[in-house]
Design a protein around this ligand. Sequence first.
Ligand SMILES: C[S@@+](CC[C@H](N)C(=O)[O-])C[C@H]1O[C@@H](n2cnc3c(N)ncnc32)[C@H](O)[C@@H]1O
Length: 243
Amino acid sequence: MASKNYSHLSLIYPYIMRSIDYVKWSNYIYSISKQLRKKNLYALELAGGNGAIANKIFTKFGHFCISDLSMYMLRSAGNNLDKVCCNMTELPFKQKYDFVFSTFDSINYLMSRQKILSLLKEVDLCLKPDGIFTFDVSLENNSKLYQKYLNRKGSVDSIKYVQKSIYDEVERIHYNYFEIILANGKKVEEIHKQKIYPFEDYFTFIDKSNFYVYKCKESFTDIDAVTESERVQFILKKKRNKC
Ligand SMILES: C[S@@+](CC[C@H](N)C(=O)[O-])C[C@H]1O[C@@H](n2cnc3c(N)ncnc32)[C@H](O)[C@@H]1O
């Protein structure tokens, strides 16, 4: 079922993400899809939010579908995209895709090991045998480094907001609290929780799935990821295709 998550944050999301280079990010994702060496790929984006990536690359694919748990985020993704509101741990697709991807810490929203395993199982079911599943995850050093920059306030289109960002090292949960004052003066709050799993845990999860780690790099680079990396990009393939 669609959640109320991002119901108000979606109003200011493009503004709070304005420093993110989505052109670079889109090109990076597209370059990973090219590793499949196939034309007219069928692509599925999970947790695609307001379409910041999708709108830049959807025309490069034979078919492109953006999905997200939040209908509010999808609504603000424009009218040019095929959109499906769904949980990435319970995918409703009969269609098989060549390329499934997720960006910007979205996998960190899965708060339990079981949910990550469900994600891997569900993607396996809708990915073609020779397909690629790629996603980035935020690691502890990213949380430690950036939490101070995410304590901020601002205003956009008569909407004011205050963001507080706290990384709890014991629970390994990164909290983002948003207090939003809407144009009509109503005050609303949204709390976003992300689980910061140890780097090695992802390999344990993936070992239990039908995937193997084809590549794991520091995001946007060709450097092999390590525990101390900030953001890492997993590129997975299906085990049965491993030679
Ligand atoms: C940080 S935003 C990233 C959005 C987009 N990928 C981007 O790069 O701008 C995280 C997104 O994950 C979505 N999300 C969180 N949990 C989800 C779930 N279980 N299934 C699908 N989407 C989810 C949220 O609704 C939100 O749009």
